[in-house]
Design a protein around this ligand. Structure first.
Ligand SMILES: [Zn+2]
Length: 253
C-alpha cells in the first residue's frame, strides 16, 4: 500500500452504506480513481461540502493497486465552482463535460492534457460573465484535437482553397471542410453543412484562449449548428460518446 496525493475533479458521487460516499474522480496523476469516503454523508463529517460533484480537490488516499476502490484519507477544496453549482445552465454545461470525461478516461494512465483542459474549461464556465456555453463548445473542439481527431476549418481538404463560400460541407470523417467547387462525392462523405457564420465561430473557438473565448458572439442558429457538428464529429470518432445522458438537459439539444 502506498499513500497518494493528487489533484482531482469529482465526476460522479454515489451514496454508500449509511453515511459514506463513493466518488469517481479524474485525477491529475493517476487517471480515473474510485474513492471511498467513509462517513462523508454524516452531518458531522470532516469533509463538509468538499466532496460534491464538479469540485476541484486535492486528495490524499491509500492506494492498493489490487483494489478497485481506494480509501480517502484527507481532502481539501481547490475550487468549489460556486457559479456552476448555483446557475442551472452552467450546471448542465458542466454535467455534459464531466460525463464526456467519465466516458473517455479509462484506468489509471495519466491524461494530463485532458485533465488540464477540463480544469481550464470548468474555471472558464464558472467565471464567465456571459456565454458560459462557449466553454462547452471549446471543450468539445479541443478534446477532439487532444485525442487526435483534429478539426481543420481553414482550407478545403481537396483543393486547399482558402474558402470564402456561403455554405460549406464539413467532412466529419476527415475533420476538414470541402468547398463547393470540389466534386460532390467528396462533400457527401459523413458530411454536415456549415454556414459562413458557423465556420467563422469554429475558427475563433479553435484559436481563442482565456477571456476572449467568452466574448465570441453568435446567433442562436449558429450556436446550434456548431454544437451539433462538434457532437457529430466526437461521436463519429469515439464510440464511448454515444447516448450521453446529460445532453438532453442542454438548451442546445
Ligand atoms: Zn475544394
Amino acid at each position: 500500500m502506498s499513500i497518494q496525493r493528487t489533484e482531482a475533479i469529482i465526476l460522479k458521487t454515489i451514496p454508500y452504506g449509511e453515511t459514506s460516499k463513493i466518488l469517481t474522480t479524474f485525477t491529475k496523476n493517476m487517471g480515473k480513481v474510485n474513492l471511498l469516503a467513509k462517513g462523508a454523508r454524516d452531518v458531522k463529517s470532516k469533509y463538509g461540502g468538499s466532496l460534491e460533484l464538479f469540485n476541484y480537490i486535492s486528495v490524499i488516499y491509500y492506494d492498493r493497486t489490487e483494489r478497485d476502490l481506494q480509501y480517502v484519507s484527507d481532502v481539501s477544496v481547490i475550487d468549489p465552482f460556486l457559479q456552476i453549482h448555483n446557475d442551472l445552465d452552467r450546471t448542465y454545461e458542466a454535467l455534459a463535460i464531466i460525463e464526456m470525461c467519465n466516458r473517455l478516461i479509462h484506468g489509471n494512465e495519466d491524461n494530463l492534457h485532458i485533465f488540464d483542459l477540463l480544469v481550464q474549461t470548468l474555471q472558464g464556465i464558472d467565471r464567465a460573465e456571459k456565454r458560459p456555453v462557449n466553454g462547452l463548445l471549446y471543450f468539445m473542439l479541443h478534446v477532439a484535437t487532444r485525442l487526435g481527431f483534429t478539426m481543420d476549418f481553414d482550407s478545403c481538404k481537396n483543393c486547399r482553397d482558402v474558402m470564402d463560400h456561403k455554405e460549406l460541407n464539413f467532412s466529419v470523417e476527415h475533420g476538414r471542410v470541402v468547398c463547393e467547387s470540389c466534386p460532390s462525392h467528396l462533400r457527401n462523405v459523413s458530411g454536415a453543412l456549415l454556414s459562413k457564420e458557423s465556420l467563422g465561430i469554429m475558427r475563433q473557438i479553435a484559436r481563442s484562449h482565456g477571456n476572449g473565448l467568452y466574448n465570441i458572439a453568435m446567433s442562436e442558429k449558429a450556436c446550434h449548428e456548431v454544437y451539433h457538428l462538434l457532437l457529430r464529429h466526437l461521436q463519429f470518432h469515439m464510440e464511448e460518446l454515444q447516448n450521453l445522458n446529460s445532453l438532453s438537459f442542454l438548451k442546445l439539444a
